[in-house]
Ligand binder design. Structure first.
Ligand code: HEC
Length: 256
């Protein structure tokens, strides 16, 4: 029996989808879009601040994955956003103390008075900041930063790959129903995010070994962000705006 005698029923493409499928696909895309925004906000707040400056940069990626074994956060801050808080001479004293192992003995004798004079007006009064009247709080930021551990990376690597691959699978499935897009552009927009995903995860490990690889993390992240925005907009547009333009799309997107 030929199921396709009514050709109108075999127009499988985004503009001609039935209403409830459009609602289902759009709801999925909306939730994923919202999730992506939340993820970016979280990324900016955690990794984005890793180097002490606002905004995501190569340094943030290096700090997060490679760490900076030769500098503590305290030293980085004293050369960064806290540079103007104490005179040069006092800052150098603190940095020398950190490099000599940040002992509690020297803290009590020489360093605590500097902190009392220049730092605790904020670092004892603002609840979001570490309380530098406490030696333990200073000790914590005086430790060198080692980046992500292998066990953390192993855990986040596979969770990241499985979870994101699922997201790309469904958004790619929806986008595969679009019309009027060259088949190779379509094939690239569907497959590249998966490749970026592998490069992304791979680059965390490489960056842990050598900071120069942070560029791959940056490029693959930007890569799948741009492609996802493109497929998201095309899918939504073709489901809800294109059909209103009056033209009928009599193609089966799954038959090329
Ligand atoms: C005028 C208020 C103020 C003073 C004075 C001040 N800080 Fe800060 N400090 C901040 C703020 C706000 C932040 C968070 C923003 C940032 O990281 O730049 C911060 C963050 C830090 C951090 C990072 C803490 C963390 O957990 O992320 C360190 C380390 C630090 N300050 C060290 C110092 C030292 C050392 C001094 C004294 C020489 C000092 N600060 C003086 C306001 C101050």
């Amino acid at each position: 029996m030929d199921m396709n005698t009514n050709t109108e029923r075999s127009w499988i493409n985004l503009p001609s989808l039935n209403f409830n499928l459009k609602v289902l696909f759009s709801s999925y895309l909306m939730v994923m879009g919202f999730g992506a925004l939340l993820a970016s906000a979280q990324l900016l707040m955690t990794h984005g601040m890793a180097d002490g400056k606002i905004g995501l940069s190569i340094d943030d990626i290096v700090y997060s994955y490679h760490g900076d074994p030769s500098h503590s956060q305290l030293e980085t801050k004293l050369n960064g956003s806290m540079k103007d808080k104490a005179p040069q001479k006092e800052r150098i004293k603190i940095i020398k103390w950190i490099r000599n192992g940040a002992s509690e003995e020297d803290w009590n004798d020489d360093i605590k008075p500097i902190f009392d004079q220049y730092c605790i007006s904020c670092h004892n009064t603002m609840p979001a900041l570490p309380d530098f009247t406490q030696f333990d709080a200073v000790k914590t930021v005086a430790k060198s930063t080692n980046g992500a551990s292998a066990s953390t990376l192993t855990r986040v690597s596979h969770i990241h790959i499985f979870a994101i691959a699922f997201i790309f699978f469904f958004s790619g499935l929806i986008f595969s129903l679009s019309v009027g897009i060259h088949r190779w552009v379509k094939a690239l927009a569907i497959s590249l995010p998966f490749f970026c995903l592998i490069f992304d995860v791979f680059s965390w490990w490489l960056t842990k070994i050598h900071p120069d690889f942070a560029w791959i993390t940056m490029i693959s992240g930007i890569g799948y962000t741009i492609i996802s925005i493109f497929t998201w907009i095309v899918s939504m547009y073709q489901m809800w705006i294109l059909p209103r333009k009056g033209q009928k799309y009599t193609v089966n997107a799954w038959r090329d």
